[in-house]
Design a protein around this ligand. Structure first.
Ligand SMILES: Cc1ncc(COP(=O)(O)O)c(C=O)c1O
Length: 495
């Protein structure tokens, strides 16, 4: 009962991040834990409390009356523990959280109201309804080392207690620690870093560095490519719906080539005189996890040499082992056996904590001059601490070895399902960045709904392609669970 009491009225010395619970949330948690039996208890409690406003924060007296009542109600020990835990995880009800979101958030993206996550462990998350799901999109590949991370939590706690922030241009030790360890994971020759806080920002900065290095402004990007939502990153993203409302559909400096088509690239190199080529080696968000062919990559590197252009490899999603083909492929470029002039990294980098970077060859990065850029939060001590711990964990957990094994298991599993369910079309992807065609966006939605009903959280698609980005630490057992639940979801298509 003590846990419930502490969850109703927050103790600032232990949980300064919380507020007091509402009655609406108490009622929701009772329903989550004891189902239909909760109705009588909720009605009794409402009477005892004198019909409080369900969304007001409870005061100590009300909290006392609730715990007194629950103490006398016939509840098992595990039920009491679960009520306490769920109230700890959220003191705000699902419906209030959704209403607050809709009332106060600028509606830049479609709100995902199906699952409101409050707790994570390994590859699993639990929502405000108390239900656990296997997470198959890892926050667009940002939480690859687990949906919570006690070691990163400890490192951040220690760092926040000593030095919480430091502007980018000041030398600081958390960054020195990181730099002493990270180089062992980087492609040969990429050893100049500049940190940012999001992938889009890092793409922006990579473009600035490439422009400074080549003393030119024309950029070749690719149809089907996605690079983020900052002004510069949107300008080089193919989907015109993202660019047009902001006057970025005809910038005059961005030219889109066909992906996997060298002739199209060469024609643009000749026509525009561009010296900068930007690509995702596995096109993710917009193209349904489409990998470049080896022939295209080799030809592109030859063209860049011939036309004296630099290549920016956007590994924000593909990096840190996700697209590994063999053990040690920390970046997609390593699996293609090429080294770009600039590489953009993010998402997985901080194990869920926001930290991104541009990494360049020395001759490229050194063309930037003092005053060309700056950042308040870029590479701050908290971010560097998270990056140090996360990248160390990736090596210790042999993430690339796991990706190779799990990707083979998934490919084989989906090939077997395809024999039974002809609705499964072409498989596309590399490593644990994969998807397959389901014929229509409607089928994708039905399979996603089916997966959710069977305990698998999914949210990614590109038109008729369902996409998955599981955590790169997903286990053999979890992969088998996913394939089993996928079959159940496919059955619901009734084809
Ligand atoms: C390839 C690629 N680049 C850049 C970004 C932008 O990253 P962020 O959302 O952190 O700005 C994304 C995001 O999905 C991405 O997939």
């Amino acid at each position: 009962m003590e846990t419930i009491k502490q969850a109703l009225i927050y103790d600032r010395s232990v949980h300064p991040e919380r507020t007091n619970a509402t009655f609406e949330r108490v009622a929701e948690v009772l329903e989550n834990v004891i189902g239909e039996q909760s109705a009588t208890h909720i009605s009794n409690l409402l009477d005892i409390l004198g019909q409080p406003n369900p969304r007001n924060q409870l005061n100590s007296e009300q909290a006392h009356k609730i715990t007194d009542y629950l103490d006398k109600a016939v509840l098992s020990r595990p039920q009491i523990q679960d009520i306490g835990r769920q109230l700890q995880l959220s003191e705000i009800s699902t419906s209030e959280a959704i209403d607050i979101h809709k009332q106060f958030k600028i509606p830049v993206s479609h709100p995902e109201v199906d699952i409101i996550p409050v707790e994570g462990k390994g590859c699993w998350i639990r929502d405000t309804k108390g239900k656990w799901y296997l997470d198959m999109d890892s926050n667009y590949s940002a939480t690859n080392l687990g949906m919570s991370n006690p070691e990163i939590a400890l490192g951040l706690f220690n760092q926040a207690n000593t030095l919480i922030s430091m502007k980018e241009d000041r030398i600081q030790i958390a960054r020195s620690r990181f730099l002493k360890e990270i180089h062992q994971m980087m492609p040969q020759g990429l050893d100049q870093f500049y940190w940012q806080n999001s992938g889009g920002e890092a793409v922006d900065k990579a473009l600035k560095i490439a422009k400074a290095a080549t003393e030119s402004t024309q950029v070749i990007a690719f149809k089907g490519g996605f690079h983020g939502r900052t002004h510069g990153a949107v300008a080089v993203t193919w989907n015109v719906n993202y660019r047009k409302p902001f006057g970025l559909d005809e910038t005059g400096w961005v030219h889109f080539a066909e992906f996997n088509d060298l002739k199209s690239v060469e024609a643009l190199l000749k026509e525009t005189g561009a010296k900068i080529i930007l690509l995702e080696m596995v096109q993710g968000e917009e193209a349904g996890n489409r990998p470049a062919t080896a022939e295209f990559v080799n030809g592109l590197w030859a063209l860049a040499k011939q036309y004296d252009a630099v290549i920016i490899d956007d590994e924000v999603q593909a990096g840190f082992g996700r697209t590994a083909v063999k053990q040690g492929d920390w970046f997609a470029c390593m699996s293609y056996d090429v080294v770009p002039d600039l590489m953009v990294i993010g998402k997985s980098f901080g194990g869920g904590y926001p930290v991104t970077a541009v990494v360049t060859k020395k001759e490229v990065g050194s063309k930037m001059k003092y005053g060309y850029d700056g950042s308040t939060f870029g590479g701050n001590p908290m971010a560097m601490t998270a990056a140090l711990i996360a990248t160390r964990q990736m090596r210790e957990k042999d993430v690339t070895g796991n990706v190779v094994a799990r990707a083979a298991q998934i490919k084989e599993g989906i090939a077997t399902l395809k024999q039974k369910y002809p609705v499964i079309g072409a498989y596309s992807g590399r490593g644990l960045m994969f998807g397959f065609d389901l014929g229509s966006a409607d089928n994708v939605r039905k399979v996603q709904d089916g997966l959710r009903e069977n305990g698998v959280k999914v949210s990614l698609s590109s038109d008729s392609m369902i996409r998955f980005l599981p955590l790169t630490i997903i286990t053999d057992g979890e992969t088998r669970f996913f394939l089993k639940q996928l079959e159940k979801a496919l059955q619901s298509l009734k084809v």
